[in-house]
Ligand binder design. Sequence first.
Ligand SMILES: [Zn+2]
Length: 153
Amino acid sequence: MVPEEPCQCPDCQRFYREHDRLIRECPTLRHQQELNWAALQSFRTLSGRVLEDLQKQYGSQGNDAANTEATPVGGGEEPADEIQQSIADLENINAHLFSIEALMERIFDVKVPEAVEQKFRELAGELAPDPLNADRLRLNRLLHQTPDLPDRS
Ligand SMILES: [Zn+2]
């Protein structure tokens, strides 16, 4: 079976760039733990707050009395079904984020010795080298000038 070429559409390319940047900027286990914890918490904070506001404004699903008194967004015709669906979706998201947090806590309990963190840094440099790094640019030029360069490993 021929290995599939990675997709090169703009969305995927943006993803690869972001993926590599996160490896480059957070090249240790500690960094990755902090990064992912912050990402999860910011997601929870923002979507939780939006949900709270929507519930206040439109009432939660089990609260139909509040719904009839609800003020439409912007005073115009806001499709109430769409808002109610969004409230239900956000409630689901928040429940999932809560479960993910419980799982992540276990991942974040782990600490590794400096030697292992060094291994993380090493491999991060290989997986996502700084594209603008001068050494990298020089190495690339070198590799392209000598196609029969023996395998480095
Ligand atoms: Zn794609």
